[in-house]
Design a protein around this ligand. Structure first.
Ligand code: NAP
Length: 207
């Protein structure tokens, strides 16, 4: 499962467990993104995002967290991550990349989109109203390789959690208790956040 996880919340965890169950996965590896060079607004240091992901996933024996992207110097691309994960697996292993549907809709702008879709099947976690057919209709190679998974708990969002912390609103029940404690102890998200940058339209260049 790929994501910035800034911070990880119960929507991500519900999505991971639902994917494990729906697709019969042996395990779910959380891969926090490394240097998010394509985001003009500040992102919390990778080590903090990694630690929060470790805390959030500790109680599920089927969940692990990978440092693959955060230990990588410079920009990270999903195609490289998938190649490295693929190299670690038996060739018959089916690899699924779970992430948010908004991110999946941008695949055409990613590095080597054809390879991305060839290396793994995608599980696009989304709120029930999301129109994923746009992707399957617009992206060659997406048909049969991208699976939609409705997760009502994804009404929870990292940007909302950051904004809540900045204005002193509670985040209890939105994130695991250990993550809320980590945010408090490390003073994360206390300053008012800038808006999330708009996602570039498909075809506007490689991210
Ligand atoms: P994002 O733009 O920060 O997030 C887009 C939307 O997807 C947000 O609503 C976000 O909600 C949601 N989301 C993100 N990760 C999710 C997850 N694991 N489960 C459910 N919803 C999720 O996207 P991002 O986090 O930066 O990137 C997502 C993945 O795409 C990462 O693995 C990243 O490396 C990959 N990516 C690759 C390239 C490339 O290879 N060139 C370019 C862009 C992204 P929350 O904010 O609540 O998480």
């Amino acid at each position: 499962m790929g994501g910035t996880f800034d911070p990880i919340h119960h929507g991500h965890l519900v999505a991971a467990e639902e994917a494990r169950w729906q697709f019969g996965l042996d395990s779910v590896v959380f891969v926090p993104t490394g240097q998010p060079w394509q985001k003009p607004f500040g992102v919390t240091p990778a080590e903090d995002r990694y630690q929060m992901t470790l805390i959030a996933t500790a109680s599920n024996p089927a969940f692990t967290v990978s440092r693959l992207e955060i230990d990588h110097e410079g920009p990270t691309y999903t195609v490289d991550t998938l190649r490295r994960l693929r190299d670690q697996q038996d060739e018959n292993t089916r690899l699924f990349f779970i992430t948010g549907a908004d991110a999946v809709l941008q695949i055409l702008t990613w590095k080597e989109p054809d390879q991305v879709l060839a290396l793994a099947e995608f599980i696009a976690a989304t709120r029930p109203s999301f129109d994923l057919d746009r992707l399957v209709n617009q992206v060659p190679g997406a048909a049969g390789r991208v699976h939609r998974m409705d997760i009502p708990a994804l009404a929870i969002s990292s940007s909302d959690i950051r904004a809540r912390v900045a204005r002193g609103a509670p985040i209890q029940y939105l994130v695991p208790d250990g993550v809320a404690r980590y945010i408090q102890q490390h003073g994360l998200y206390r300053t008012a956040p800038g808006p999330d940058p708009p996602a570039p339209p498909p075809g506007s260049g490689t991210q």
